[in-house]
Design a protein around this ligand. Structure first.
Ligand code: 13P
Ligand code: SF4
Length: 301
């Protein structure tokens, strides 16, 4: 029988031996998130942290586009992804060719690309965004029309918040697109007084049912500030598991939609990755500068 404790002990030892740091997204399972991660957070926090690390090896406990972003910001470091199959329906939902066609159809309109995208799509973009900075960032552009890709729902939700017209692409997060307004109303009937927090990757009619919408880190900040007695996080399953450790006085209703990509990352996989130094992420040379610029513009904005 494989014990978590053995893997955790080995990972903690290997981190020192390899001069490695583990970055974990908020959707990682609690044994990864709470027991071996050095830096935890939303996509924005992980990208920011990736800029400031001393270690020579970065292990991304998250999905492939997050490892690519870390590599773009640290071309000289080894960035390991414990399972290369950890993809994302948004990143896989659009190609660089699609973006070139959109730009040709809408000349002069800035392209804002969600970090949930491949390096080749980022390379075609003016600037990246995350769900944590999208509103501030698109408002900062000072334009009335934007090509916002690949997440149609994020773009529509930001359009509703800012009044800026969005040209969208029909890609969705396979986790958040499954939530429905009916389901949220049913939860409210069963759990009287529950605070509903929805991720902006949810369809706009789901976000309209929520008390607050924000990135996974903004969800955490909102709970820290408001200290609600009961919370429904309309997002990936592990989010409630992880936050319940930080907020013992809050009870979490758990509408569970699992991200199969995030769940490819396991303790055993992280251990194996540190033992073998596999799989090291690389980005084709011709994409590196343009893709990095789009991410760096986001971080500087
Ligand atoms: P954030 O953590 O930036 O809110 O992103 C959510 C997500 O779906 C990442 O894949
Ligand atoms: Fe992609 Fe959605 Fe999974 Fe995040 S939760 S990695 S956006 S499929």
């Amino acid at each position: 029988e494989r014990l978590y404790a053995d893997d955790i002990e080995a990972i903690l030892r290997l981190k020192k031996e390899r001069d490695a740091v583990i970055l974990a997204h908020n959707y990682q399972t609690p044994e990864i998130f709470h027991c071996v991660a050095d830096i935890r957070g939303d996509s924005l926090a992980l990208a920011r942290a990736a800029q400031t690390l001393d270690q020579s090896v970065i292990v991304m406990a998250g999905v492939h586009f997050m490892a690519e972003t870390a590599k773009l910001l640290n071309p000289e470091k080894t960035v390991l992804i414990p399972d290369t199959r950890a993809g994302c329906s948004l990143a896989e939902g659009i190609t660089a060719e699609n973006v070139r066609a959109l730009k040709a159809a809408h000349p002069g309109i800035p392209v804002v690309t969600y970090v949930n995208s491949t390096a080749s799509v980022k390379a075609e973009s003016d600037i990246c965004c995350t769900s944590g900075n999208a509103k501030r960032l698109v408002e900062g552009l000072g334009v009335s029309k934007i090509i916002m890709i690949p997440d149609e729902f994020l773009a529509r939700n930001i359009e509703a918040e800012t009044g800026i017209e969005m040209i969208t692409w029909p890609a969705h997060c396979e986790v958040h697109e499954r939530f429905t307004p009916q389901e949220i109303r049913q939860y409210r009937r069963i759990h009287k007084g529950v605070t509903v927090i929805a991720h902006p990757e949810c369809p706009p009619d789901v976000v309209a049912e929520a008390d607050f919408s924000g990135s996974t880190a903004q969800m955490q900040d909102y709970i820290a500030e408001k200290q609600p007695g009961k919370v429904l996080l309309v997002t990936e399953c592990s989010m409630s598991d992880n936050l319940s450790v930080f907020f013992p006085a809050t009870s979490f209703v758990r509408p569970c939609n699992l991200c199969p990509h995030m769940k490819r990352i396991t303790l055993a996989g992280i251990r194996h990755s540190l033992e073998t130094m596999e799989t090291s992420v690389s980005i084709p040379a011709h994409l590196q500068n343009r893709a990095r610029q789009a991410v760096e513009r986001m971080l500087a904005a």
